[in-house]
Design a binder for this molecule. Structure first.
Ligand SMILES: [Zn+2]
Length: 434
C-alpha cells in the first residue's frame, strides 16, 4: 500500500502544484482570507469530499467519511499569510506570482543547500503548500479506496483556519469550541501542518505577551520632587521582575527553558519639562509545559505587590495583552495574546505510528521541536486531542522575502500525510488519548 501511495502522490502532484500556485496567487492577510477559503472549498468539492463548509468565522472544513469505524484524524492548517515586506527584496519575483523556478535552497539542515525546483511566493511555506498537500491527501485516500481496495477507517477531517498569524489561535479556538460541537464533529488526533522540513514536530514552548503599566504622578520638570517619575519606578520594576523570572525559570529537556524579553517600552506624556506619569512595558515571555499563562500573571503580580509594599509611591498593573480581530465574515473577536506550551510524548501511539508511516515510505522520521508557536495548544492542551506536526515546508523560509517550497518535498509531504493517515487510523480511538 505504501508503494501505491508514492505512485499516486507522483500522479496527483500534477494537479496539486497548480492548486498550490493558485492559492498563493490569492493574497490572504489576516481578516482577508475569504477568496482563498472559496478556492479551497471549490477544490475539495471537485475532488469528491463528502462534506465541505465554512463556519461563521470563515474557517474552512472538508470531510471524507470513512468506510469503517475508526479514529477521525484532523489535518489542520491556516489560510492567512503575513505581509510581503519590501517589494525590492523579492527581486525579479512577484510575491504573489507563485512562479516555479530553480534556485539554491536549503536542505533539512539550513546550512546545506542544493539547486532545486521551488514555488516562490508569500505564504507558500507558511502555509499554503501545506493546504495543497492536505487537500490532495483527501484525494489520494479517495483514489486508494476507488482503485486499490483500501477501506478507510475513521473520517479524514481537513480544517484550514483564519487568523493564525495575528489572531492568537482565533480560528482554531472557534473551530474547536463552537463549530465542531455545533455540528457534532469529533476528532481524535490532529496533524498540524506548520513547517517541519518533512520531520515530525512534537511540541513548542508557550508564549505570553505581557503588558505592564507603571503609574506615577506628573510634575513640571523643574520641580520633580512634586511628582512620581513613572519611568524611574518602571526601572525598579524591570530589575525586580527579571530577577524573579530568572530565579523561577523552568527547563524542559526538549523544549528548552522559559525566557523573557523586554520588547517595548514607552512613557507618557514623553515630552521635555514633564515628569512622566505613565510608563508602558511589554514583555515576550516564553513558557515550558510546567508553566501556564495564569502562572505568568501571578508571578508578575507577586513582584508588583512586593514593590508596592516596600514603596508607597509604587503603583503598577500587569495583564496579558488582548486584541480585537475582525474576520472576513464580519465577526469581531477579542483574543488574549498567549498560548500554552505543548508537548507530545515520543512514545505516544500518535508519534510512534506517524514515524512508522514515514519509515514505511523510506522518508526521514526524526522527531524534533518547533522554535515558534502554532495553533496546536488548542487541540492538544485545551481539548486533550493528541497533536503532532508534519509538513514539507521549511521554517527557514517563513516570513521572509523569496519565501518558497521545494516541489520534491511538496510531493513527499503528500505521500507522508496519506501514510500517516493509514497508520494512525489503524489505531483504536482509546489509544489516542492524553
Ligand atoms: Zn504558520
Amino acid at each position: 500500500m505504501f508503494n501505491k501511495i508514492k505512485e499516486i502522490a507522483s500522479e496527483l502532484k500534477n494537479e496539486m502544484i497548480p492548486f498550490c500556485q493558485k492559492i498563493v496567487q490569492s493574497p490572504s492577510f489576516d481578516g482577508e482570507e475569504g477568496n482563498v477559503a472559496a478556492l479551497i472549498m471549490e477544490e475539495m468539492r471537485k475532488l469528491g469530499y463528502d462534506e465541505v463548509f465554512n463556519d461563521e468565522y470563515g474557517n474552512v472544513v472538508g470531510i471524507i467519511k470513512g468506510d469503517e469505524p475508526g479514529p477521525h484524524i484532523m489535518y489542520n492548517s491556516h489560510m492567512d499569510v503575513v505581509l510581503p515586506g519590501e517589494r525590492e527584496k523579492w527581486g525579479e519575483f512577484d510575491p504573489f506570482g507563485a512562479e516555479i523556478t530553480s534556485m539554491l535552497t536549503a536542505k533539512v539542515d539550513p546550512a546545506e543547500q542544493e539547486e532545486t525546483r521551488v514555488v516562490i511566493g508569500r505564504g507558500v511555506a507558511d502555509m499554503k503548500a501545506t493546504i495543497a498537500s492536505h487537500v490532495y491527501t483527501g484525494a489520494l485516500l479517495n483514489e486508494l479506496r476507488k482503485h486499490h481496495g483500501y477501506k478507510m477507517r475513521g473520517d479524514f477531517v481537513l480544517s484550514s483556519v483564519i487568523y493564525e498569524e495575528a489572531g492568537e489561535m482565533l480560528g482554531t479556538v472557534k473551530l474547536m469550541d463552537e463549530t465542531f460541537p455545533a455540528r457534532d464533529i469529533t476528532v481524535h488526533a490532529n496533524i498540524c501542518g506548520e513547517p517541519t522540513s518533512l520531520r515530525l514536530a512534537l511540541g513548542h514552548r508557550g508564549r505570553v505577551e505581557f503588558l505592564f503599566r507603571v503609574n506615577g504622578v506628573a510634575a513640571h520638570g523643574s520641580s520633580p520632587w512634586l511628582g512620581v517619575n513613572a519611568v524611574n519606578k518602571a526601572m525598579k520594576f524591570v530589575d525586580a521582575y527579571e530577577k524573579a523570572v530568572e530565579a523561577e525559570k523552568k527547563n524542559d529537556p526538549d523544549l528548552g527553558s522559559s525566557s523573557y524579553a523586554l520588547c517595548y517600552i514607552d512613557c507618557a506624556p514623553g515630552a521635555n519639562c514633564i515628569v512622566p506619569d505613565v510608563c508602558n512595558i511589554q514583555y515576550d515571555r516564553r513558557i515550558t509545559p510546567e508553566e501556564t499563562p495564569e502562572g505568568v500573571v501571578m508571578q508578575a503580580q507577586k513582584v508588583i505587590d512586593k514593590l508596592a509594599a516596600e514603596d508607597k509611591n509604587f503603583n503598577a498593573v500587569g495583564a496579558i495583552r488582548e486584541c480585537d480581530h475582525l474576520t472576513y465574515t464580519g465577526k469581531v473577536v477579542r483574543m488574549k495574546n498567549c498560548k500554552e506550551a505543548f508537548k507530545l510524548d515520543r512514545n505516544h501511539p500518535l508519534a510512534r505510528e506517524s514515524a512508522a508511516a514515514l519509515q514505511a515510505l523510506g522518508h526521514d522520521s526524526t522527531f524534533y521541536y518547533w522554535n515558534f508557536g502554532t495553533d496546536a495548544p488548542v487541540t492538544h492542551v485545551t481539548h486533550k486531542i493528541p497533536t503532532i506536526g508534519y509538513s514539507g515546508t521549511q521554517e527557514v523560509y517563513c516570513h521572509i522575502p523569496l519565501e518558497r517550497v521545494r516541489l520534491d518535498w511538496l510531493e513527499k509531504s503528500l505521500a507522508g500525510n496519506a501514510a500517516i493517515y493509514l497508520r494512525v487510523s489503524s489505531l483504536e480511538t482509546r489509544d489516542l488519548t492524553l
